[in-house]
Design a protein around this ligand. Structure first.
Ligand SMILES: [Zn+2]
Length: 332
């Protein structure tokens, strides 16, 4: 048993309380490799933003759960070296799908876990979530649950169509499970292809897809039922067109990739939404930077010469998200 407290990590409780009262949201960035983690920590340290490091099932398969945990531990020390005196860093399991997995993360130094039983029938979702909460809370580990289904593809999480969270269920769900935060479905979606062209309109000037707006009426109804309760948005990358263009310019092929407009996320961040998950945008930045190097310098074969620029572009992206979208700068 390793307590996250001994690793210098924090759970989400205080982070979320301050974020709701302050009208901003905590960034939850997924990481799979060293460059991504360096970029996240550098951006967070330079902006003094609390941050949630997320580990998905795909990341565990790719990078190994044990290695990722030690990387997060190292990230705390790296943050201090960068001059961040009191780093507010949470290590969070993204989309845990079983009690055993959540337990192993709690036992192994994670400070927060998500149990995603949203694909199960309502009563089974409650039962599994409650079981995880009861275990995690013994060790002061916070638990995120999910109600409603997001469309899209995120590693191994996949759903054909979304079902908005039903506001009439949230009080019963939160009360009976004891979860600390709730991921809801209001029209965000996993991946870089969040919407089919037929769900969107097209901007007549640029010819680019304009996605349907988020269901703020559903969010409002949920906040009315659960005042002050921490709400989480998954699938909230914006798929910046500059990266898509860069990728396509340097030999890639990403037709009609589309995300959630940043103005809508900023609006959500000012409400009870206190955690916003962003993964695809950093993948796009990484890929755009690497493609540019390969295109311009076909003879390059030192990974530091293309992973370095990728890291720099991701750092820029994370800082932009923190300052201009989430508003979490200066809060840690
Ligand atoms: Zn997700």
């Amino acid at each position: 048993m390793v307590s996250y407290k001994d690793l210098g990590l924090v759970n989400t409780r205080e982070m979320f309380k301050k974020a709701i009262n302050g009208g901003y949201a905590i960034p939850a960035f997924n990481f799979n490799n060293m460059e991504q983690l360096q970029a996240i920590i550098k951006a967070s340290a330079e902006t003094k933003s609390p941050v949630i490091l997320q580990v998905s099932k795909g990341a565990r398969n790719y990078a190994n759960q044990t290695l990722l945990r030690y990387m997060a531990q190292g990230a705390v020390e790296y943050a201090k070296e960068l001059g961040w005196e009191n780093p507010q860093i949470c290590l969070h399991l993204d989309h845990g799908d079983s009690f055993e997995l959540c337990k192993s993360c709690v036992d192994f130094g994670f400070s927060s876990v998500m149990i995603d039983a949203s694909s199960l029938p309502y009563e089974e979702n409650i039962a599994l979530t409650k079981k995880v909460v009861e275990y995690a809370h013994q060790y002061d580990v916070t638990v995120e649950a999910e109600l409603g289904v997001l469309a899209g593809v995120e590693d191994e999480v996949q759903a054909e169509e979304s079902h908005y969270t039903k506001p009439e269920e949230v009080i019963d769900f939160a009360t009976r499970t004891g979860c600390d935060s709730l991921a809801i479905s209001i029209g965000t979606s996993h991946g870089a292809y969040k919407f089919k062209p037929e769900q969107c309109t097209r901007d007549p000037k640029t010819g680019r897809l304009v996605p349907p707006p988020l269901a703020f009426d559903v969010l409002d109804a949920i906040m009315e039922k659960l005042p002050g309760f921490p709400i989480v948005l998954h699938g909230s990358s914006s798929v910046p067109q500059e990266y898509v263009d860069m990728i396509n310019q340097y030999g890639g092929k990403l037709p009609d990739a589309v995300g959630i407009p940043e103005e809508q996320l900023r609006k959500a961040a000012a409400s009870a939404v206190c955690k916003i998950n962003i993964d695809s945008d950093s993948r796009l930045a990484f890929t755009a930077a690497v493609r540019k190097v390969f295109w311009e310098k076909p003879g390059e074969f030192d990974p530091r010469k293309y992973c370095g620029p990728a890291r720099d572009l991701m750092t820029e992206l994370y800082k932009h998200k923190i300052i201009n979208v989430l508003g979490s700068d200066g809060k840690a």
